[in-house]
Design a binder for this molecule. Sequence first.
Ligand code: PBG
Length: 306
Amino acid sequence: MVAETHVVPSSLVLPVFVREGLEEPRAISSMPGVVQHSRDSLKAAVTEAAELGLGGVMLFGIPEHKDATGSGAIDPGGVLNLAITDVVAEVGDQLTVMSDLCLDEFTDHGHCGVLTPDGRVDNDRTLEIYAEMARAQAHAGVDMVGPSGMMDGQVRVVREALDAAAHADVSILAYSAKYASAFYGPFREAVDSSLQGDRRTYQQDPANAVEGVREVLLDIEQGADIVMVKPALAYLDVIRRVRDAVDVPVAAYNISGEYAMVEAAAANGWIDREAAILETLTSIRRAGADVILTYWASEAARLLRA
Ligand code: PBG
């Protein structure tokens, strides 16, 4: 009767991976229960997500061939763009279809942008590719793009590209306060990442919360419709600060490492898995997240229904 916080299926977004050339879904060993989908198994997963009443799905594509500029990302026949069209046809009238707008799944060096000759991430040349990627995803039919590369100015460039291409109705979920985190580890397996080194020149320092809020405010000024804090669990204080500072919806990404820790402990019989899942999601909501991206989205919706 007096609960202050509720987790509801419509506040959950399921991230899904689709890999080019797969006939059958392939397990991701560091994320038990999560798979790289084939085109067919992806359709089944999003149909289930819609039936469960989830708020949305976030699509990640893994191309067969990666290259220095991530060219698969802007190819209209690329894995992610085809998946968007598939998913929109399947469930586009039932939930929000979102797509990751970043190059790291597509580059052979694994960085979120293209590199200068001396191996640094080239912010402004990357922005030009993000604009093209936004147009390709919008053309494929996406509802909402999720720029996640933490390049400076990315939200403005994506907004302008969408508007200029007559896609003013495509909205932006901005990965605004995205920290350079060790907890992304399992995601690297999920997208077959070849990353050497780290992303500390473009993602945020885990020591800084004020800076996280500043990044969020910049993104809102540039046209973000929803702002996100990522990861979630080690950054609940940042979620709260952001929720108190802005008047747009706030999302949080309950990331791969957070998922893997609970799954590993539960597999060892060290914690009660279902209780831990619901407590995790409740805590992220209590911190102030309106929307949660979580690999448990469909399962949590089933648990809530039961
Ligand atoms: C970048 C991206 C990452 C994740 C989502 N988008 C990886 C990174 O920034 O290193 C991580 C998600 C997770 O760990 O669950 N395209």
